[in-house]
Structure formats: structure tokens, C-alpha cells
Design a protein around this ligand. Sequence first.
Ligand SMILES: *Cc1c(COP(=O)(O)O)cnc(C)c1O
Length: 384
Amino acid sequence: MAREDAHTSGLYAKRPLVVVRGEGAVLWDEDGREYVDCVGGQGSANLGHGNAAVADALAAQARTLASCTELFYNDRRAELYDTLTAILPRELDRLFLCNSGTEAVEAALKFARMATKRTGVVATMRGFHGKTMGALAATWGPEYREALGGPALFPGTTHVPFNRTDALEGAIGADTAAFIVELVQGEGGVRPASREFVAEAARLCRDRGALLVIDEVQTGFCRTGTMFAIEQYGVVPDLLCLAKSIAGGVPMGLVAFSRALGDLPKRSHSTTFGGGPLACAAAIAAIGEMRRLDLARSARERGAQLMDGLRAVRSDRVREVRGLGLLCGIELKENAAPTIRALQDRGVLTLGAGPTVVRYLPPLVITAAQIDRVVAATAKVLAA
Ligand SMILES: *Cc1c(COP(=O)(O)O)cnc(C)c1O
């Protein structure tokens, strides 16, 4: 910890815990103490820690060819395109590969502006889309941009109240390039979107020539009980942003988009590492494992077990339990930090989602017995 503290950027609020090893849904610290991991790499570890298929694919590809930019064609990239288009909606058959969630959002917003020749972006309050300059325009949280120059930083971007269907009509207009939304707000407090809200946004975008961007960076890859949450909402966006768990823990992001956007100007966007063979090999293996292990079903079954368990916790400190699949949150009537700390002391790692929500984002390979441990620890901590 001292060696990190000597050189850290200082940007992260860290917990004093040194995590050195993981297997499935379990993590170990440097003293060999065991934790049930409900942080799940903040959404990047859906497949669980130490997956052998991903490790083998990475090692083999690293020995064969690690670097190959999109200046050339590559066999692994072609294979990943086939893998992805087999699980995505038929309409979304063009892919841009990058390296993180915020980069996927950057690309989607750029593509939307280029395709519509409009500049407006409409996002939602409490939405989270990343923190690089472009994506930050869509991210809610004035505190993230105060030090950068405040609201004037992103003219043309507006935020509507999440799930307020009647607010969309006046917001999406003739100058709107994109409406961007998460189907479950993750960072913003584990808040599922209503079907009406999403359907009305899709209708207004269609009628007014704006593009619908759905950010599934956190909800994608089986987290909510289906490969993608759009399947449960019965909506196909014009652009879909994915990242986090796509490559089994290796950094990767992507935008899947519709041919209806037309041709994007050559060289208007690019990234050196995007679509590199190492990350592609990891993603092919990771998606194969998600399907082989039927993680969508695990998310439904273990998610129902967790949600039922948390709902049965008797505590007058709880305001609400909500979520979708294995993306669950307990909203407390108080600050969540002491509860998160107390859970860690009992061997369960969770994370916050806004000031009052305890968020559970475990690897989807978590077992029924491990969920029982999580629920029991939560009941103890909230009863105290
Ligand atoms: C985490 C997240 C992002 C940002 O992804 P990074 O890889 O951290 O840049 C964007 N959108 C959503 C919904 C996220 O949960």
C-alpha cells in the first residue's frame, strides 16, 4: 500500500485491502483471507476470476501474434465479428472495436453526430457513461465537471429526468443527434428503466430523426439475465455500447451499429489497440464460456435468490431493494459507506452506487451457497 501511495494519481478513493488472487467469485488478500466478491471488477468480471479458457486463449495468441492494427486484416478479428453478430440483433451488424466503456460512448456520440449532421445530445439524470471529455457530456454528476469549467463545457447536451416519459417529448427535437440511456442505471443507483420510458424514447428518436444509443457497458454479457438487456426491453437501438466483461477481464469496448447510419467518413475515428488480436482472442474465449456455462440463466437464478434474500432482510434501515438479474442494489435510509465497510469485515466485498445504495455485482459464476453467505452477512450487518 505504501509503495502504491507513493506514486498514485490520487484520483481513486481506495480501501485498505490488497487483493492478490481470485478464483470464480472468491478473492484472497495478501494475508490469505477469503472474500465473496460482489464487486466483480465493477462489472468486468462476469465470467469469474481465473477462467482457464480465457487464460489459454491469451497465452496462445500472445505467442502467435499480439499486435495487429486495423491497417491490416486479421483472422482473430474476423472470428470475433462472427461471434458477436451471432449474438447481437440482426440490425446491428457493423462493429467498431476499442478498449473501454468510455471510448465506446465517445465513438457512439461521434458516429451519431456524423450520421445525423446534428450536434445535440440528450442524456438522463443519474446516467453514467464514462469520464473522458466527450462521454462526460452525457454522464450526469455536475461534480465531475466542476473542476473543468462547469456546465458551459458541453453546450448542446441536456439531461432529462430518468423514467419520466413525459419529459422526452420536449427534449428530443430537430437538432438532436442522439438520445443515450442505460437500461439499468448502474453507478446512478441500480435503477431499472421502465419499458414505457425506453419505448417512448425509441419512438421519438424514430419520428424526429435522432439516433437511439443504448449503453450496455454494465448490463451487457449476461448480467441482467439475458445476453443483453435490450432483449428484455424489446428494443433495438441504432447504436449499442459494450465493454467491461466482453473479453473476460481484458480491456475491450465496442460500438455495434446499424447500416442505416450510412457510411462514416474514413479516418474520422480510430484507435491503435482497437481490434487487436490479443483482446479479440480473449473475447472469443470469454463469449464462448458465457454460452457454455449459460451465465444468462445463472444471472436469472442467482439474481432471484439474491433479490429474494435481500428483500427478506428485516431492517428499518432499508428503503428499497431493486435490480435486474444479478445487478442488485439496496437503497438505505442512510449513507451506505459504513455498511459496505462492515460487509467487508464479514468477508463480503460490495460497492456503492451513489451515496445511499449498496450494489452487488458478483461474477455470474457465483454459487448458491456463496449467495447464502452474502445474504446472511447483509442481514447481520443491517440488523446491528
Ligand atoms: C463503467 C461504465 C462506463 C465506462 O466504462 P470505462 O471502461 O470505465 O470507461 C460507461 N457506461 C456505463 C454504463 C458503465 O457502467
